[in-house]
Design a binder for this molecule. Structure first.
Ligand SMILES: Nc1nc2c(ncn2[C@@H]2O[C@H](COP(=O)(O)OP(=O)(O)O)[C@@H](O)[C@H]2O)c(=O)[nH]1
Ligand SMILES: [Mg+2]
Length: 310
């Protein structure tokens, strides 16, 4: 049972929970449990092995890096990833895998906000999550409410199509953005999010990692939604130009005071703003055409592959 699934767990000092997490999956018939350990010094790798996992030592650092290293080891059709901190339940795994098996989606994210235990997420992280998800929906135009969730399932086929590079906590964001870019069907299913048990500590720094995630989202907007990327910069420049122009105009017409230098600054701001908008419109068109072409090429590729198999 479940021999077509690899359960991938990146860990860094999760001795308090890793044993239970691994055996939770082993007991449910998952024979491929893979732990990528980032150099824990609390005995995490030994505990994981004892519970029945295959353990690999990470060659670099960061959760994203660990996951990418793990991806290379997977030989099954499906992949399930989760944290080793006991905040996600093995009972929810089937809910994530079911849409893959039925063909409903290729990338499934567990929505923690569906059933979040009290104290599972500090208020700052909750607010940060809300902003990041809103930004994702606005920029990338897909309906997700928990893109940063660490509990996800995917087909290896869809994962192979993604270009991932975030070595830290930006990896989840990148996966969701890559789904949009490559037309991979993604969806969310409700899951439970448990509190970390006492004695177990998070490795996430809300301000630093939250900042990295927002930057990742914005950087990736350039190729997914250039109108937003250039338009937001253009709007900023335009707004500044208009404000300065209003001031210059007021001073000139009402007070009779000329501001030559400020007038030039205002004109420059307006011009640059309008130009950025035009760049945005053009890039938007290029991206749309490019996306069409890529879909067509991918369809052809699949056709060739299936006819090769015959
Ligand atoms: N291998 C590896 N795992 C990491 C690293 N940083 C975090 N993790 C693991 O990634 C998972 C998610 O990290 P966690 O601290 O729980 O983040 P949070 O869920 O956002 O609080 C946990 O299982 C961590 O042990 C790392 O540098 N290397
Ligand atoms: Mg966690």
């Amino acid at each position: 049972m479940n021999e077509d699934v690899t359960v991938l767990i990146p860990t860094l000092d999760e001795a308090a929970t890793i044993g239970d997490v691994v055996s939770g999956f082993v007991d449910r018939g998952y024979e491929h449990v893979l732990v990528i350990d980032g150099g824990s010094d609390d005995g995490t790798p030994e505990l994981a092995e004892e519970a029945g996992a295959r353990v690999i030592e990470q060659t670099g650092s960061g959760k994203g890096h660990a996951m990418m290293q793990g991806f290379n080891e997977v030989e099954t059709e499906y992949l399930l990833v989760l944290d080793g901190d006991g905040t996600y339940l093995p009972e929810d795994a089937e809910k994530l895998l079911e849409p893959l098996r039925s063909g409903e989606a290729d990338h499934v994210v567990g929505n923690r906000f569906a059933d979040i235990r009290s104290g599972a997420m500090p208020r700052l992280n909750r607010v940060g999550n809300r902003i990041i998800n809103w930004a994702y929906r606005t920029i990338h135009r897909r309906d997700h409410h928990d893109i940063l969730s660490g509990y996800r399932a995917m087909t290896m086929d869809s994962l192979d199509r993604m270009n991932l590079s975030a070595e830290g906590f930006g990896i989840e964001t990148e996966m969701c953005v890559e789904c949009v870019r490559h037309g991979i069907d993604s969806m969310e299913v409700p899951i439970t999010y448990e509190t970390r048990p006492a004695g177990s500590e998070t490795n996430l720094h809300p301000i630093k990692d939250g900042g990295t995630i927002v930057v990742t989202l914005y950087r990736l907007a350039k190729t997914n939604n250039p109108l937003f990327y250039f338009g937001s910069l253009g709007a900023l420049s335009l707004l500044n130009g208009l404000l300065i122009a209003a001031y210059v105009g007021y001073e000139w017409f009402v007070q009779g005071i000329p501001h030559e230098v400020l007038a030039i600054v205002a004109a420059a701001g307006i011009l640059v703003g309008v130009q950025l908008f035009m760049i945005g419109f053009l890039s938007d068109m290029i991206v749309a055409l490019h996306r069409d072409q890529r879909r067509r090429i991918e369809r052809l590729e699949r056709k060739i592959e299936t006819s090769d198999e015959d």
